[in-house]
Design a protein around this ligand. Structure first.
Ligand SMILES: Cc1cc2nc3c(=O)[nH]c(=O)nc-3n(C[C@H](O)[C@H](O)[C@H](O)COP(=O)(O)OP(=O)(O)OC[C@H]3O[C@@H](n4cnc5c(N)ncnc54)[C@H](O)[C@@H]3O)c2cc1C
Length: 439
């Protein structure tokens, strides 16, 4: 059986190792960090994430969905907080059972690694940082705390996130490799709303909270211990931005002006703001994701997207399912399996990258407007009236496994039909009104 060297035991790396282990491959998984189960929480990244249909499907296929979702908290819609403190709830779907789930990154990471380690043919090596890969020979160079080592595979799979060392080796070695990296002008910072008395939630538990403020926003997702993790998405530079908000007074003033109902719930706001890192938001597109039968990229290493559709990890998990299917279809021909996996995924993850940027504008600006809420109601009414025929874009992306590219195209057609019909109806109504008046 072939031997795969996997670089990166983040969310997708652990899951992919489990899939490959189940197929009987020899798998060596190398991770630069220490074992996350020893309390080494991944610093500077989202503490919790939203998992939905695609991600859950990938966990189900390997039999760990129940285990992974044990402590997940369903979120049934968006709770919009306006500046006056008024709340507006907008359900995600016409079917109240359809929800996204807030899940802890560290616990999910531990679950996928444990799932992989149940296969005796999977070995996990922590504290091994990949420095480069010889792509012609599938040889990974790694650095431990005190020595340099190598790992020889039949193929090296880069599951090492947005700043992938495996991808950088491909960039260096493959002349035709295409690479595009674009950063948003916004960064993010995580803040906390601690639990109330006896571990209770101090805001509505089963929703994703949003404080949309046009050019920026804050969101909050619930955690099982009664706390919420808030994320402020804000401009790096500008008159009011991370760059200009330096002192405790600046921070307090900004929050009291913009998020007055959240401030009393955030006793550690000033320390959190001072101590927590400001992360950047990157979209990465590259091609090809593979090199012969020797190297292949999976997850953020191939296609990092900004987090506003809550789909980065879901898409990375979907990659694992598709790569597993391709290896099943072409068991004797990994080069063909990698090529087919790339063909099936590339167009869809490109579409997701665009959708994710579009959803930032929707979340931070449009969710506050009456027009947006009316459009969501119309979407849900059409979905109920035309079951199976009309599916809102958010529903297709979040609650189905329709490929992202197909979902985006179908939504464009639906929108032009619906808005075209509404426009035609308005024109005819006006015409008839004038005709009656002038008769
Ligand atoms: C603020 C924020 C919020 C998000 N929210 C959501 C959400 O709600 N829903 C969602 O689906 N997605 C969300 N995402 C996206 C999600 O975090 C990523 O898409 C997901 O983590 C990708 O998984 P991955 O395994 O490909 O990469 P990662 O999770 O980044 O894992 C990569 C692993 O590789 C290791 N590694 C890196 N370099 C090396 C090296 N040289 N050698 C060895 N190991 C290495 C890293 O230590 C890490 O363990 C969010 C992202 C951010 C930033």
């Amino acid at each position: 059986m072939a031997r795969f060297v996997l670089i990166g035991s983040g969310l997708a790396g652990g899951l992919l190792a489990a899939y490959l282990g189940r197929r009987g491959y020899e798998v060596d998984l190398y991770e630069r960090r220490a074992d996350p189960r020893e309390g080494n929480i991944v610093g500077g990244r989202s503490i919790n994430l939203a998992i939905s249909t695609r991600g859950i499907h990938a966990l189900e296929q390997i039999g760990i969905a129940d285990e992974a979702l044990r402590h997940a908290i369903p979120m049934r819609g968006r709770m919009i907080h306006d500046k006056s403190g008024a709340l507006h709830f907008a359900p995600y779907d016409v079917d109240p059972k359809k929800c996204i789930n807030s899940i802890g990154r560290a616990a999910l990471n531990a679950t996928v690694i444990e799932a992989a380690q149940r296969y005796s043919n999977v070995r996990v090596h922590f504290n091994h940082k990949c420095t480069r890969v010889d792509i012609d020979s599938a040889l990974a160079h790694l650095q431990t705390t005190n020595r340099a080592v190598t790992a020889q595979g039949d193929a090296v799979l880069g599951v090492d996130g947005a700043f992938s060392a495996v991808r950088q080796s491909m960039q260096r070695e493959i002349a035709s490799f295409r690479y595009d990296e674009s950063h948003l002008a916004h960064g993010y910072k995580e803040l906390t709303i601690p639990p109330g008395a006896a571990g209770s939630w101090r805001m509505e538990k089963n929703t994703l909270h949003i404080w949309p403020r046009k050019s920026f926003m804050m969101i909050a997702l619930p955690n099982p211990d009664g706390s919420f993790t808030c994320t402020l998405f804000w401009e790096f530079e500008g008159p009011r931005s991370f760059a200009t908000t330096k002192t405790d007074d600046d921070v307090r003033r900004f929050f009291e002006e913009e998020f007055p109902d959240a401030v009393p719930l955030m006793p550690t706001l000033l320390e959190d703001f001072r101590n927590n890192p400001t992360g950047s938001l990157v979209t990465i597109r590259c091609a090809p994701w593979f090199y012969r039968d020797k190297v292949c990229l999976v997850g953020d290493a191939a296609h990092a997207v900004v987090p506003f559709y809550g789909q980065g990890m879901n898409a990375a998990f979907e990659d694992c399912v598709v790569l597993d299917e391709c290896l099943e279809e072409f068991p004797e021909n990994p080069a063909r399996a990698f090529a087919e996996y790339f063909r099936r995924r590339k167009e869809n993850t490109d579409a997701l990258a665009d959708l994710a940027i579009g959803n930032f504008i929707e979340m931070r600006d449009k969710t506050a407007s009456k027009m947006f809420r009316a459009k969501k109601k119309l979407d849900h009414a059409l979905e109920a009236a035309l079951p199976g025929l009309y599916l809102p874009l958010y529903t297709m992306v979040t609650f189905t496994r329709i490929p992202y590219g197909t979902a985006a195209k179908r939504a464009r057609v639906q929108d032009s039909l619906v808005y075209g019909s509404l426009f035609a109806f308005a024109v005819i109504s006006l015409g008839m009104m004038f005709w009656f008046l002038l008769r």
